[in-house]
Design a binder for this molecule. Structure first.
Ligand code: PHB
Length: 395
């Protein structure tokens, strides 16, 4: 009733204003102005390549639909977050307050994401997360205006333990960077691995983004586990793969990982990555027309091969397009916009996925093995994996 009355009153006002010529020019200007899209991503530092892939993917999704959102032109704003958690709030505020973006797309690093999250909750700005998996964003601190198109940190590793046990690896060492993403990836791994009958005999870590792995590799050699499982991403990943092989460990102790370990780094890692088995929500070699078409277009447009980060950026574009089309470009119609994004089915290169009530993808997790310069898919490790969403109460 209230809504209906409001609509009638508003249209009466518009008609009245039109006849006097007072209000109409303002309304026309508001609708024809550009949608302001802000990228807060790492463009320098260990995750720089990830930020670029996400932006590329996002832009490609929009270009495939004429470059517009709900019929409106788009204006882009950019901030390099440097994967620096200490500047997370300040950088997000720049986009929201100075640039007045309608939507903030960011970011990669879980610690920086918490800064964005504070600003998103304080200001109500729409935030689409194209990577960072920090649990709080879609668990205890979930919010109506925050949507993730990537994964929660424990999602990819939940499915890793079972294939390790199937291959006879019952005692494992876990190793990662000591920050939210590594610790939460470990939670997923521990849950799946222990449920399958495995034991983590030691958890090792080093500060983000250090890559001095030598002492830890020596410790792994002396622990003699059946296998090693890890979370490393960005610039650290090929360095870890090369150091692991240079220490000779790849000959005696099989290496497993959250699939980020082998994303976008296979040229840099060379033969050191061969045979490494991982779990992730994407694989280069997915044999579907959708994936092939995406990979071809991306390679043609950007003169490089896409990876999971490019897919996540692309899907962020697809999600926003679906929402913006529903409200005909009026992103201030928040209830309708959010409802459209909540109900979205994303026809992704990774396979179709849906949005959970907590605003995190429900998606298949693939088992992959590096062969040559490709993540070859071995099968689906776990179907339709949803995050636990513990403590999420939408306001
Ligand atoms: C994270 O910090 O959440 C993160 C970063 C890079 C990845 C995955 C997760 O590849």
């Amino acid at each position: 009733m209230t809504t209906r009355r409001l609509v009638i009153t508003r249209s009466a006002a518009v008609i009245g204003a039109a006849s006097t010529g007072l209000l109409l020019p303002q309304i026309v200007r508001a609708q024809s102005s550009k949608v302001r899209v802000g990228f807060m991503l790492p463009y320098t530092g260990t995750f720089a390549q990830l930020g670029v892939a996400i932006e590329n993917g996002f832009r490609m999704a929009l270009e495939e639909q004429g470059g517009k959102l709900g019929g409106r032109e788009v204006e882009y704003f950019k901030v390099d977050d440097e994967s620096n958690a200490a500047k997370g709030v300040e950088n997000a505020q720049r986009l929201v307050q100075r640039d007045k973006v309608d939507v903030l797309i960011g970011t990669v690093h879980s610690g920086v994401q918490m800064g964005i999250h504070r600003v998103a909750r304080d200001t109500g700005v729409l935030n689409l997360i194209p990577n960072a998996g920090v649990h709080a964003a879609t668990r205890a601190l979930c919010a109506p205006n925050v949507f993730r198109t990537s994964f929660s940190n424990s999602q990819p590793t939940l499915a890793l333990g079972k294939p390790m046990i199937e291959r006879g690896h019952k005692r494992a060492v876990w190793i990662t960077h000591n920050y939210a993403a590594g610790e939460e990836a470990m939670e997923g791994f521990e849950q799946g691995y222990t449920a399958a009958g495995g034991t983590i005999i030691k958890k090792l870590g080093l500060p983000f983004p250090n890559v001095e792995f030598q002492a830890l590799l020596t410790e792994i050699a002396s622990l003699k586990p059946d296998a090693v499982a890890c979370f490393f991403a960005g610039g650290a990943a090929p360095k870890f793969l090369r150091d692991y092989a240079a220490a000779g460990l790849n000959k005696t102790i099989p290496l497993y990982g959250s699939g980020f370990l082998t994303e976008g780094v296979l040229d840099a890692a060379g033969d050191a990555a061969n045979g490494v088995i991982t779990t992730l929500h994407y694989a280069d070699s997915l044999d579907t027309p959708r994936n092939k078409q995406f990979r071809l277009n991306y390679a043609k447009t950007f003169k490089m091969q896409p990876d999971v980060y490019a897919v996540q950026g692309y899907d962020t574009g697809l999600l926003l397009i679906q929402g913006a089309n529903k409200v005909k470009g009026d992103l201030s119609a928040k209830n309708e916009l959010y409802a459209a994004m909540e109900g979205a089915v994303i026809d992704s290169p990774r396979g179709k996925w849906t949005m959970s009530k907590a605003h995190n993808p429900i998606q298949d997790i693939y088992l992959r093995r590096v062969e040559g310069r490709e993540n070859k898919v071995l099968g689906i490790a776990q179907k339709a994996v949803a995050d636990a969403a513990t403590g999420c109460r939408m306001a």
